[in-house]
Design a protein around this ligand. Structure first.
Ligand code: NAD
Length: 440
């Protein structure tokens, strides 16, 4: 069969830019109509999306609905509810020397044509949620799904042009060569989710055109567990957050930081929590996911001997399965502590107490998320005041990202910029200053 040659990046850009220039994407009606179409794509194609997510990552249909499809629908609904409000120009007080007839305000202007590059771990959510934000802000968009989630990439490449305005939204599938070619073009914003190495490549390419970037990166997100907490509750919440999507979640608790006595009591609590979630053979638990590919399987397997296995520790390369694993007696300089784990391995690292825990966090890259499990308001406040992270979650991992009114993003090595809700509008708009002084 003869396929037509794919459209060149320069031609895609020229086409989308021409659409943007007509002004078609600017009225709020176009924006809300596109958001409505994106919502319909998600609600009308559940089975296709669920099948693709299962093929790519072994996600169960329930998890696909909760963390990808339903998540994005909720973001869209929140935006549809508030967009007109958010877009209202905001008056600014005018200083006396400009006279009483002068007025000033800020308004959100769309940026133009933006590029969204998504990773493989939540391949639908992490392409479509930024896309929704970019459309809400009135932009034309090039969407680049991850080649490491090929089934989801193919479904989205088929559906997006069918549901959305094809003159304003383009999908480019592919890996490094295709992304490199896109990055050579001049975009008005680049929104990248993925690892810091590629984040640097994206930022360098963007610098050529002075294009602003949002970098949604990762890193090691610590979970501090205080003494005197209900460890069964803590363990249940830690395990649920860690082993979701087989640990391949950017804000998953990467490691536990606690004192030695608490660690000793937490170990059996975590083993019980894993069994409560996935039974005694997680390989047969339908809701437990798989590792994305053999390269990541091998990388993760090499980390399994960084400590004493409390639970799990086994795997099956052919099935890309790694058991939910807890490691104890892990040294801070061990391999599992030297990189973001991004898989179902939870090491427990011990420190003498709170001061050392805070110093441990501050000595390392700023995390995307920091989790604190404590009954003490003072301890929470110390973490809030003395550490820096994209987000601080107290008592419940991952949950902050479901609050649409909170900005989602990192700081330092974990990223720059943020999105979700009105923060997506901020990210994909220019906040224009306007001064009006009548001539009369
Ligand atoms: P990935 O391998 O899918 O890469 C992400 C994107 O970058 C893909 O679209 C890919 O095609 C593109 N890419 C890869 N190499 C490139 C290159 N040399 N030049 C240009 N583009 C290139 O995903 P990943 O990076 O393995 O994702 C995992 C990382 O992403 C983890 O560090 C995780 O913490 C982070 N992450 C962050 C968030 C967040 O919201 N902050 C969400 C998910 C994942």
């Amino acid at each position: 069969m003869n396929h037509p040659a794919p459209e060149r990046p320069a031609d895609i850009l020229a086409r989308l830019r021409a659409t943007f220039r007509t002004g078609r994407t600017k009225p709020v009606e176009w924006r809300t109509a596109q958001l409505g179409r994106l919502r319909a794509l998600l609600t009308e194609n559940g089975p296709d999306l669920e099948a693709a997510l299962h093929a790519d990552l072994g996600k169960s249909a329930a998890e696909a609905q909760r963390t990808e499809i339903g998540f994005t629908v909720r973001e869209i609904d929140h935006t549809l509810e508030h967009l007109a409000d958010w877009l209202r120009p905001e008056p600014a007080p005018v200083p006396a020397h400009l006279g009483t007839d002068a007025t000033a305000w800020t308004q959100y202007d769309p940026l133009g044509v933006v590029l969204v590059i998504a990773p493989w771990n939540y391949p639908a959510q992490l392409l479509l949620t930024p896309l929704a934000g970019a459309l809400a802000a009135g932009n034309a968009v090039v969407a680049k799904p991850s080649e490491l989630a090929p089934a989801t990439s193919a479904v989205l490449a088929r559906l997006l042009p069918a549901y959305l305005d094809p003159e304003a939204v383009a999908v480019v599938e592919g890996g490094v060569p295709e992304t490199t070619a896109l990055l050579a073009e001049r975009f008005d914003h680049i929104f990248y989710t993925g690892n810091g190495t590629v984040g640097r490549i994206v930022m360098r390419a963007a610098a050529e055109h002075l294009t602003p970037v949002t970098l949604e990166l990762g890193g090691k997100s610590p979970a501090f567990v205080d003494r005197d907490t209900d460890l069964d509750v803590v363990a249940a919440r830690l395990a649920a957050g860690k082993f979701l999507n087989a640990g391949q979640t950017c804000v998953a608790p990467d490691y536990v930081l606690t004192d030695p006595e608490t660690a000793a009591a937490l170990e059996p609590a975590l083993a019980r929590a894993v069994e409560a979630l996935y039974g005694d053979d997680p390989a047969n638990a339908p809701e437990y996911g798989r590792i994305v590919d053999e390269r990541h399987f091998d990388r993760l397997t090499a980390l399994l001997d960084s400590g004493r296995v409390v639970v799990g520790g086994t795997g099956d390369r052919a099935a890309k399965y790694i058991a939910p694993t807890v490691l104890a007696d892990v040294a801070p300089e061990s391999p599992v502590m030297s990189e973001e784990i991004f898989g179902p391995i939870l090491p427990i690292v011990t420190v003498p107490g709170l001061d050392e825990a805070i110093a441990f966090v501050d000595d390392r890259d700023k995390p995307l998320a920091l989790y604190v499990f404590t009954e003490s308001a003072e301890t929470r406040e110390r973490f809030a005041a003395e550490t820096s992270s994209g987000a601080l979650g107290s008592g419940l991992p991952l949950a902050h990202l479901t609050v649409s009114d909170l900005p989602f993003g990192g700081v330092g090595e974990s990223g720059t910029g943020s999105y979700h809700g009105r923060y997506s509008l901020e990210t994909f708009s220019h906040r224009k200053a306007v001064l009006d002084k009548p001539l009369g």
